[in-house]
Design a protein around this ligand. Sequence first.
Ligand SMILES: [Ca+2]
Length: 332
Amino acid sequence: MRPQHVSSRPSRRPGLAAAFGLSCAALALAGPVTAAMAQMAPYPAPMRDPAPQPSPPPQTGPRTLDIILIDVPGGEFLMGNPLGAADEPTYWTRVGPFRIMRNEVSNREFGAFIETTGRVTDPERAGGGYVFIDGNWVFVQGASWRTPHGPGSTVERLADHPVVQVSQSDAEAYCRWAGLRLPREQEWEFAARGTDGRKYPWGNEPPLLAGQPIRANIGQPACCAPSTADGYLYTWPTGVFSAGASPFGALDMAGNVWEWTATPFEGQTGRVVMRGGGWASDPDGVRVTIRHANPTDIGLDMVGFRCTGDAPNQGGRTLFRPTAPPAQQQRR
Ligand SMILES: [Ca+2]
C-alpha cells in the first residue's frame, strides 16, 4: 500500500496540535481517534438551514445534466494564512475571470459520465480505494465510487451526494467530458473566499455555532473523526446548505469532501493539491487555506471534486447534453 498522505506537520497552535499538526485537515490524519477526543464536549446545537435550496429535480435519464456554473470575475487577492500551517504562506496573486461549479459533482452526475463513456475509474482498476476507518486511511478491496466505504456500502440513496472514490485523473476526465477542467489552486481559493482574507467561505465564524444555521458538514471538534452534529455522519447532499456559501455563491467549499485541483503540490512529485476539508475534518481543517497533497491515481471516501471553466460572463444554469454532437455539447 502506498502512503496516500503527507506526514504530520508542525502546528503553530499548541492547543490544536491534535487537530492541526496532523494536517488535520484531516486527510493526512494519522493517529486513531483517542478516548480523550471522544469525550470532548459536543458542539452546541446549531439551527438547521432555515431555507435550504432544493436539490436538483430528478433527471429523466442519465444523459441530461444541469450543471450550475458560477461566474467569478477574477481579481487580485492575498493567498494563504499567516497564522496557518507552514504550507499556507501568504502571497499576492491574480486570477483571471473563470467559472466554477456551484456544487460538488454528485453521484448522479458522475454516473451519467460513466454510463456514457464506459470509463473504468482508477480505484476500480486498482481493485479498491482508501477508506477512513477509526482515524486511519485503510486500503479496502472493492471500495469504489459505487461502494464508497467498501463492499456492502452503496450510493443508491446518495444520488445528490458528492461522488467520492475517484482519482484526480478520473475527475479530470469528467471535467473534460463536461467541457470543463479542474480548478487551479488559486482559482479554488479565490472562489472560496474572495478578496477579504476570510477564514471560511461564509466569513470567520466557525462552521457550527449555536443559534446559527449549519454551514458545513464536518467532523468532531478535535481531529479527526466524523460527527453527526450537522446531521450527517459522512457526506451530505451537495448544493443544499446555503448558509455555507462563498462570496460568489459556491456551496460546500468547506467540508463535506476534499476537492481535487489541477495544481501540483510543490516538492512532492506526483501529488497534487486538494482543498476544502471533508466530513471528518475538525473546524480548523475546513478553513479555505488548508492544503493537502495526494497522489493523482488513488480514490478516497472523503475526496471528490468540482470543475471549472474558462468562459466568463455566461453564467447561470448550463444545460449539458453529452450525447449531442460535439459542436453542440455545451449550450451556454
Ligand atoms: Ca458531519
